[in-house]
Every structure is written in C-alpha cells, then in structure tokens.
Design a protein around this ligand. Structure first.
Ligand code: NDP
Length: 483
C-alpha cells in the first residue's frame, strides 16, 4: 500500500469535509487487491451536516424555473461527456468491470440520465380535470431533501439514474454510494460544481451502510429515500422509513429467467443468453442467472452455451479485449465460490468455469473468477433460487410453455425475464404470465429511459424511469378552482 493513496472526503455544502470521526475506510481495487483510495467513514453527524446543507440550498434551487434547472443538468451531461474516458477508467479500477463496458455502457448511460431528465422536466405535462363549475389543476412540487442509497455494481449509472430526476424536480440530495465503489460519485460532484450546480444542492456522504446509510434513511428531514441494493438491506430500509412516512422507492435483487424456446433464433439467442448471464461479471440485478431451455433443444443449446461462456476472456479490466473483469471484492468472490460448492452439494455439475484464473503480476491479487455454467440442479434448490450476483448461471430443461412459466415464476424475486422465441403469440402469452416488472423478448437489457423500471415480489416496490421518476421525486397536489 502506498503512502500517497488519495483521501476522498465527503462533499457537503460545496466543501470537502472529512468525517466527524476523523476515520477513513480503505477503498480496494478489485483487479489487484491494493488500496487505491481512502474514503471518509461517516456517521450520523456527517449525515446531519449534509442534510442541513441540503435543506438550506433546496428552496432557491426549487425556485428556479424548470428550464433553468434543465440547463444545469445539460451542463452536467456535457461535463461527464468531456471526461468519458477518465470516468470509464476510474469506474473500471474501482469496480473491477472491463473498461470497455464502462466506456460503452456505464458512463454513456450516466450522461444520458442527465440529458434525459433535463428533457423530461422541460416537457412534462400536468393534467387538468374540468368539472361543472370548476377545474382541477394537478401540480407537482419538490419533496425537499431526498436520500439516495446506491450499490456497487453500476456505481455512476445508478447514482445518476436517481440524482438527475431528483434534481430536475427541484429537490436537494444527500447521496450515500456503496463504500466499495465511491470514486466516480466524487468525480460527479466535481462535474456538478463546474456545471454551476449551487453548493448544497447535491451532497455526498461516504461510509458504511449500517452507519452512514442507516443514518440517512432515519433522518427526519429526509423526506424521500430511493434505494437500490439487496433485498435484505431493502427490508431494513423499508422498516426504518415506513413508520416515518417517507416516500420510498426500492429497487432490489433478482433471480431472472432467460427462457429459451426451441423455435428461437439460435445464434441471436446464444449471444443474448451469454450477455444476459455474464455482463458485468453477472453483477447486474437484471442478469439472467437461470437459463430455462425447452427440452427438445436443451442438450445442444447448453453445450453451445457452455462453449461460448468458456471462451469469454477473463482478465485485466483495463485491457479493452477483456470481457469478464474482477468481481467487486475478495469477500464477494468467496460468497460466489461458496454457492458453487453448494451447487455441487445439491447435485449440480459445473460445466465450465468456477475456478480462479491464473493471471500475471499484480492481477494475481485480484478477485477474478472464470464464469460458470451449472446443470443438473433441481429448479427449487438454493443455488437455483437465491441471488448469487456473480458469474454463475444454472440451466434447467422444461417441456412446454406452462412449465416454463411455472419455473420462471418459482422464485421469491420478480425483477425481469427474457423470452426467446419466433412465435409472437407465445411471446405475448408468456410475457403476460411472468410475475416480473420487466420482460424482454428476443433481447436483453435494451433500455428506453421513458419506460417503467422496477420489480415485484422480493425485487422491490415502486417504479423508476420517465414520468415514474418525476412522480416519485415530487409531491402531487390538486387545486380545485370554482368558477
Ligand atoms: P446492499 O444492499 O448491500 O447495499 C446497497 C447500499 O445500501 C450500499 O450503499 C450499502 O452500503 C447501503 N446500506 C447497507 N445497509 C444499509 C442500511 N442499514 N441503511 C441504509 N443503507 C444501507 O447491496 P450491494 O451494494 O451488495 O448491491 C448488490 C445488490 O443490489 C444486489 O442484490 C442487486 O440485485 C441489487 N441491485 C438491484 C438493482 C435494481 O435496480 N433492482 C440494480 C443493481 C443492484 P455499504 O455498501 O456500505 O454496505
């Protein structure tokens, strides 16, 4: 560990502030296992300072016109775009994802989030309901101070997905990113300052979930909490926020099915299913970690699938040729390996991967794991129903539509699914029957920012995206005016 490791303090009221405790946490780069930064270890005192700064700044920000706020958001998008390569490298170094993915997906999406919500607030339409002798006008006002809590898998992408609509609607924000991946959030504040966002409108508090995150959710002046993370943490966040009557959005875990019928477009389905299973090392809530394949093509499909997975290049995230980078941490790799041991105990066969690749130099200390495909498991076993959130896909045969739907719905989660078939009627039937918030047919993770995003069952409560985000980050008021 070098003595020159950068210290990353909180960003409160336009200032860089160390934690009140004076303590720091190590931020470890997953590709090498080395400490790459130290972040403020914040507690309730820091959260309170950030909330007070947000409260002080929010009224003037809200008083600006929608157009004026949208212009600031556009400038944030411009600033992120100007730093695309730098941010992609930073995200890759901090998270372990391939730099090519960060450059093609994470950072462009962060830019798009700001541009999209700048446009959305400019173009929002509010209903009016005329009645005999009166007219009802629906108005929206900011909620006030919003708390944003985000996970480590898509750090800047998910933070900006919440921050852009919150700011567009005139709120002030206190954000708590995952302590595993704090660096692009800090860079975002630099960009926001350059873009002219007034001090205190966006505040960043680093630290551990049970300390800083919990204090943020508890704070009485935080009126809305938007949380993306695991289901267990989400339950805790809900239990904290509900008795305080806060607005709450929960985007939680998934165990999503990729449903392959025998009439699918073979090549496109193989490509799509591999991407769905292993993009971002399988560390995306939407990843298709359960591959359900119609029995008539099951063996042939699984063989071709495992061959493609085995051919994915695992290695240095900074190398543009890498398809699978490092898992976010050594502890997370341990957890994923534990599930692979469980899979074998449960009767599964690991068809490929699941081993630590032999990588040279400093990469030898990184948390890499070759992507794994497991067959032969009962669909109801733990490996096939619990969220692993890593590069592991389990495969299961089914006979007909009815069985495919039953298997897909047979887990506690209900986030998303993808269905692969050339039969349009079947696509409609299956999509309707799936107990999830989002279905892709013959594609995966094709996103339009206008559409509702979110899950059912243990995958969360509420929807984000387009007008759903604008509604969440505002209070709706009806004004009835008699003639
Ligand atoms: P966690 O639930 O562990 O953490 C999410 C965030 O919550 C982190 O910033 C964490 O801080 C914080 N946190 C932890 N405890 C508390 C608490 N008591 N109060 C407030 N905040 C707290 O999730 P991960 O970071 O491990 O992310 C992976 C999970 O996120 C997976 O389950 C994945 O499915 C889900 N996810 C869901 C998405 C969706 O849109 N549905 C998208 C992406 C991920 P700290 O890191 O310091 O613990």
């Amino acid at each position: 560990m070098s003595d020159t490791v950068r210290e990353v303090p909180n960003r409160i009221g336009g200032r860089r502030v160390p934690a009140a405790s004076g303590a720091w946490l190590d931020d470890v780069g997953p590709a090498t296992g080395e400490v790459i930064a130290r972040i403020a270890r914040s507690d309730a005192r820091d959260v309170d300072a950030a909330v007070q700064a947000a409260r002080a700044a929010q009224p003037a920000w809200a008083a600006l016109s929608d157009e004026a706020r949208a212009r600031v958001l556009d400038r944030v998008a411009d600033g992120l775009e100007a730093r695309l390569d730098e941010l992609a490298a930073l995200e890759s170094r901090d998270q372990g994802k391939p730099v090519s993915l960060a450059r093609e997906v994470d950072i462009p999406r962060a830019i798009a989030n700001f541009r999209f919500f700048a446009g959305a607030v400019r173009h929002q339409e509010l209903p009016s309901h005329p009645m005999p002798g009166a007219v009802n006008l629906t108005q929206r006002s900011p909620v006030g101070v919003c708390g944003l809590v985000t996970p480590w898998n898509l750090p800047l992408y998910l933070l900006t997905w919440k921050a852009a609509p919150a700011l567009a609607m005139g709120n002030a924000v206190v954000a708590k990113p995952s302590e595993l991946t704090p660096l692009t959030a800090d860079a975002l504040v630099d960009v926001m300052e350059e873009a002219g966002l007034p001090p205190g409108v966006f505040n960043l508090v680093h630290g551990l979930g049970p300390e800083a995150g919990q204090a943020l959710v508890e704070h009485p002046d935080v009126k809305a909490v938007s949380f993306t993370g695991g289901t267990v943490t989400g339950r805790r966040v809900a239990a904290t926020a509900a008795p305080r009557f806060k607005k709450l959005s929960l985007e939680l875990g998934g165990k999503n099915a990729t449903v392959v019928f025998d009439d699918c477009d073979w090549e496109a389905t193989l490509d799509g299913a591999v991407r769905a299973g292993f993009a971002n090392q399988g560390e995306i809530c939407l990843c298709g970690s359960r591959l359900l394949v119609q029995r008539s093509v099951h063996d042939r499909f699984v063989e071709a699938y495992a061959a493609r997975v085995a051919a994915l290049t695992v290695g240095d995230p900074a190398d543009p040729a890498t398809r699978v980078g490092a898992l976010v941490s050594a502890a997370h790799r341990d957890k994923v390996e534990g599930y692979l041991r469980l899979a074998v105990d449960e009767g599964g066969t690991v068809r490929c991967g699941g081993t630590r690749p032999d990588l040279p130099g400093s990469l030898a200390g990184g948390s890499f794991l070759a992507p794994a495909v497991v067959s032969g498991l009962a669909p109801a076993c733990r490996t096939a129903t619990e969220e692993i959130f890593g590069p592991v896909v389990t495969v299961h045969p089914f006979d007909d539509e009815e069985e495919a739907i039953a298997l897909a719905n047979g887990v506690a989660y209900g986030l998303s699914a993808s269905v692969w078939t050339r039969d349009l009627g079947r696509a409609h039937r299956v999509a309707r029957a799936l107990d999830v918030g989002m279905v892709w047919v013959n594609t995966w993770l094709l996103r339009d920012l206008r559409v509702p995003f979110g899950g059912v069952k243990d995958s969360g409560v509420g929807r984000e995206g387009g007008r759903w985000s604008l509604e969440f980050f505002s209070e709706t008021k009806n004004v009835c005016i008699a003639w």
